[in-house]
Ligand binder design. Structure first.
Ligand SMILES: [Zn+2]
Length: 126
């Protein structure tokens, strides 16, 4: 979910929380995929038939691909959320995360926001 869509639907703090939960769910997926990859390594010595070894190799490659995808997605979501969080302090009054969306670009990751406490506006990018 883009920053603009998240602020519009849920508010900044809820968007940030959801991005962190989603990113850590991908980290758990990457961890489980690594466990599956090690299980495939462990099972490789026990399979003697060609079909079983081919299946085990396929399962190992699938686990590796899922693990890399999960790790990449985890880091991407986490860095996006953290980048936005570091810009969520109002430059005028210092209030954190109490902002409303003024306008956004087409991607939704470049936004103009306004502080709900003092009305000061600033630019954020995720
Ligand atoms: Zn303010």
């Amino acid at each position: 979910m883009s920053l603009a869509e998240g602020i519009r639907k849920h508010g900044f703090k809820k968007w940030y929380e959801r991005e962190l939960l989603q990113s850590h769910a991908h980290m758990v997926l990457a961890f489980l995929a690594v466990v599956g990859l090690f299980a495939a390594f462990e099972a490789a010595s026990q399979f003697k038939g060609l079909a079983d070894q081919a299946f085990n190799l396929g399962a190992g490659l699938l686990c590796a691909a899922i693990g890399l995808w999960g790790l990449r997605r985890y880091l991407r979501l986490l860095s996006k959320a953290e980048a936005a969080a570091h810009q969520a302090d109002c430059p005028h009054c210092g209030t954190y995360g109490r902002l409303e969306l003024v306008r956004a670009d087409a991607s939704g990751d470049e936004v103009e926001v306004r502080c709900r406490k003092c009305g000061h506006g600033w630019h954020m990018s995720a």
